[in-house]
Ligand binder design. Structure first.
Ligand code: AMP
Length: 230
């Protein structure tokens, strides 16, 4: 049986990098609401057109747009063996919606991984972040650059800087996180689901940290612990 995981933390904490690593390791899908919304925006769908103005300002997209997308995704067959949610839930209403959806599916959460990082590190890190609009891979020009300048190692697409990674938008996103997102951690602490990860370690140490935190769960799923190169 796979694991059902939320990866939690402020923007720029390294959630996405960890989520992708864990997803590859456990062979479970990573559901990244930010990527799903950016995809809606780039395809010019009705949801994308509505979401764009909120995203550009660094505010949360209205719940009714996001919850529907996540619900539809979670109900697809590939999520039956576990999943990682990256970027959802982001407020109390979304957390309650997730409880309802999982309840209806007859499953429950196993783990909430809380990535802890100093907000000032986030501002610097996001200004150096580059993103692959095709496959979602994430790079940092200083700490984790692509092998070829501006080109995604994984799929060869041209990397971009997200418009909401500009400093003033990042500060707004951090405020939104503090006011609306961080409080829901309490819910999961009360259920004993939270494990901490340090968001300030060098990128090459992340696999070991993942191994430490997931170790007991990996035994349950029969997956071998990660080695370098994942
Ligand atoms: P992220 O890539 O997770 O930083 O998300 C980028 C932007 O997408 C956020 O600043 C929000 O505008 C929007 N977004 C992503 N996930 C959610 C969510 N669960 N609820 C509302 N808005 C979201």
């Amino acid at each position: 049986m796979g694991l059902r995981i939320i990866i939690f933390g402020p923007p720029g904490s390294g959630k996405g990098t960890r989520a992708r690593l864990i997803g590859r390791l456990l062979k479970i899908p990573v559901i990244t609401t930010g990527d799903m919304l950016r995809d809606e925006v780039s395809r010019g769908t009705e949801i994308g057109l509505k979401a764009k103005e909120y995203m550009d300002r660094g505010e949360l997209v209205p719940d009714e747009l996001v919850i529907g997308l996540v619900e539809e995704r979670l109900r697809r067959p590939d999520c039956s063996g576990g999943f990682i949610l990256d970027g959802f839930p982001r407020n109390l209403n979304q957390a309650e919606a997730l409880d309802r959806i999982l309840g209806e599916m007859g499953v429950k959460l196993d783990l909430v991984l809380n990535v802890v990082v100093d907000p000032e590190i986030v501002v610097e890190r996001l200004s150096l972040r580059r993103w692959c609009p095709k496959c979602g891979a994430i790079y940092n020009l200083k700490y984790d650059p692509p092998k070829v300048d501006e080109i995604c190692d994984e799929c060869g697409a041209r990397l971009i800087q997200r418009s909401d990674d500009r400093e003033e938008v990042v500060r707004r996103r951090l405020r939104v996180y503090e006011e609306q997102t961080r409080p829901i951690l309490q819910l999961y602490l009360e259920r004993g689901l939270v494990r901490e990860m340090r968001g300030d370690i060098p990128i090459e140490e992340i696999p070991r940290e993942v191994e430490e935190v997931l170790g007991p769960y990996l035994k349950e799923t029969g997956v071998k612990a990660p080695k370098s190169g994942i």
